[in-house]
Design a binder for this molecule. Structure first.
Ligand code: SF4
Length: 120
């Protein structure tokens, strides 16, 4: 039987609980240190399939600004972030760009859209 322990800080709320997740043979057997179920869910997600919101900047042709900040509208698997960044490196928008406009739909089949965070 192989046991692994993961220590992490919960970032769901400002309390920042120190959490320890124990896995045995690939199964989670213990989650300690959380003060609430949201933290427990976060810790399990973080150990089994960590996700992050992607943020980047893409160029805009003919706009008020030469670039616009973009982000994913939901967290995506952390391991896909380098691929998503490579995909975004090939994107150039035409003005006008609206807040919330979808820049890349369902990026890499994650179900997340990359959206503009402001007008350009
Ligand atoms: S475990 Fe709950 S109380 Fe603790 S930081 Fe996470 S969300 Fe906040």
């Amino acid at each position: 039987m192989s046991e692994r322990k993961f220590k992490l800080t919960c970032i769901v709320c400002p309390l920042g609980c120190e959490v320890e997740v124990t896995m045995e043979d690939g199964r989670i057997t213990k989650v300690e240190g959380c003060r609430c179920p949201r933290g427990r869910d976060y810790a399990i997600q973080e150990v089994t399939e960590p996700k992050r919101t992607v943020m980047s900047v893409v160029p805009v042709k003919g706009g008020k600004f030469p670039t616009v900040a973009v982000k994913s509208d939901r967290p995506v698997p952390k391991e896909l972030i380098p691929k998503i960044m490579r995909e975004l490196a090939g994107v150039e928008l035409e003005a006008p760009v609206k807040v919330g406009e979808i820049v890349v739909e369902n990026v890499l089949g994650t179900g997340a859209n990359i959206v503009a965070t402001r007008e350009a």
